[in-house]
Design a protein around this ligand. Structure first.
Ligand SMILES: Nc1ncnc2c1ncn2[C@@H]1O[C@H](COP(=O)(O)OP(=O)(O)OP(=O)(O)O)[C@@H](O)[C@H]1O
Ligand SMILES: [Mg+2]
Length: 421
């Protein structure tokens, strides 16, 4: 049987894309009108309607439609939660089934668009989903492979996301330069050092960290938004005198994209109601109860993310708009307040760049070019870190949201050609 073309898929924590080579150029599959990527988001209407994906899913959430919204599915790969059956809009489903349904939509869009049938996929994967030594690390790739199989792909291969991105930048540059590709997305930070050559980039080392824009969102939410919902307040003891700090867990989950849907349970609502009766600041903690009741967790997460992006922009300050929770509830976010929330993350990124260079056997000063890809590489703290670590390097930006899928399309094409000969 002749082998069909391999479809390239970048399944991202925040955004996904599919592409293939056509007539010598990358062709991205239009999944949403006029957009090269789509949000990795799904929405299940409460009434048994079809699952919505991408921007349509976000629009359903923002319009306040009744149903279950999910984002950051990738960050749950490797966790037991990925396989657990949960009641979602009237049906028990696992996150594996939901991820498979999302990937199947990408496959069908590619098939409708090209008239081809796709049985092979080359998918990006972070250098590490979790820590290397973690059991969850191997499980995460198994989970993603199982999702692709369930989505109808018979053969599934993986390529590290920053190595894919390096293939894209190699198309534009042929000098024998040392290049550091830094891909910071929604869920992971990935680094590859390549030596560019006429024959293509040679990978000297790759390294990765489970840290991305969703972690930035978490940190900013915990420092800016959650205190307004009662984080940091106190509870009276049920027995005896004295005060206790309010538990952090419900706030930490509410500030974590992938965990928000699982907070909307009768148990959590009862726990918060009990906390509220003991609260010394019910005006604040009452908002948490209301957010759980009205299922506003994702609205808060989107407001925090928008605030993060705005603070990073030219103005350097923004308001995190929580008026959906309460009239007039706006929280000021400034460059210093956000920098303070992200100090630990910045330090980890800096250490990860140093580790990558050491593994490649080079000094920062040996790097000719740093290429930044991924939405979170637009954060100024990222360019600050690489400028310090690689003082001689030119800092270039590739297409932040499509460099990985474009590189995957090149790699898929090369594999298909090799298999055909
Ligand atoms: N202008 C911006 N400034 C800062 N951050 C941004 C900007 N635009 C998008 N982001 C962040 O970039 C992240 C998404 O980037 P991207 O689409 O590259 O991730 P991804 O590929 O889905 O994730 P991963 O590769 O980690 O699985 C989000 O966290 C988003 O908030
Ligand atoms: Mg990515």
């Amino acid at each position: 049987m002749p082998q069909g073309q391999t479809l390239a898929i970048d399944f991202g924590t925040s955004n996904s894309a599919a592409a293939l080579m056509h007539a010598g150029a990358v062709h991205r599959i239009p999944i949403e009108d006029g957009q090269p990527t789509l949000p990795t988001a799904v929405f299940f209407p409460a009434e048994d309607g079809p699952m919505q994906i991408g921007t349509a899913a976000i629009e359903a959430l923002i319009a306040g439609e009744d149903g279950r919204f999910m984002r950051a599915l990738k960050s749950v790969l490797g966790l037991p939660l990925f396989h657990e059956q949960r009641l979602i809009s009237g049906r028990r489903r696992s996150l594996l089934e939901i991820t498979a349904a999302f990937l199947e939509r990408l496959r069908r869009a590619a098939e409708d668009h090209t008239g081809q049938r796709f049985t092979h996929v080359l998918s990006g994967r972070p250098v590490h989903f979790h820590a290397v030594s973690d059991d969850k690390e191997a499980q995460a790739e198994d989970d993603l492979r199982a999702s692709y199989h369930a989505a109808g792909f018979a053969e599934v291969s993986f390529l590290a996301e920053p190595e894919a991105a390096a293939l894209t930048t190699a198309q534009a540059r042929k000098e024998a330069d040392i290049e550091l590709v830094v891909d910071i997305g929604g869920g992971t930070s990935d680094f590859t050092v390549v030596q560019q050559s006429a024959a293509g980039p040679v990978v000297l080392a790759s390294h990765g960290l489970r840290l991305g824009g969703t972690d930035f969102d978490h940190a900013i939410s915990m420092s800016h938004a959650m205190p307004c919902l009662g984080l940091g307040t106190q509870l009276r003891r049920e027995m005896g005198d004295g005060l206790l700090p309010v538990p952090i867990a419900p706030f930490a989950d509410l500030a974590t994209w992938a965990k928000i849907p699982f907070l909307y349970t009768p148990e959590t609502r009862r726990m918060v109601a009990r906390m509220l009766r003991l609260s010394t600041q019910p005006d604040r903690l009452g908002r948490l109860a209301q957010v759980l009741e009205q299922e506003l967790g994702h609205d808060i997460a989107f407001a925090v993310e928008a605030g993060k992006i705005a603070v990073n922009g030219a103005e350097g300050e923004a308001v995190i708009d929580l008026r959906i929770v309460e009239t007039g509830l706006d929280i000021a976010a400034t460059r210093p307040s956000v920098d303070a929330a992200l100090t630990v993350h910045k330090h980890k990124l800096s250490e990860a760049v140093a580790t990558t260079l050491t593994r490649a056997g080079i000094e920062g000063a040996d790097v000719h070019q740093v290429t930044l890809v991924g939405g979170s590489s637009l954060m100024s703290l990222v360019s600050d870190v690489v400028a310090l670590r690689c003082p001689q390097a030119r800092i270039a930006r590739a297409e932040a949201f499509t460099a990985v899928v474009d590189g995957l399309a090149h790699a898929a094409h090369a594999r298909d050609r090799a298999a055909a000969t």
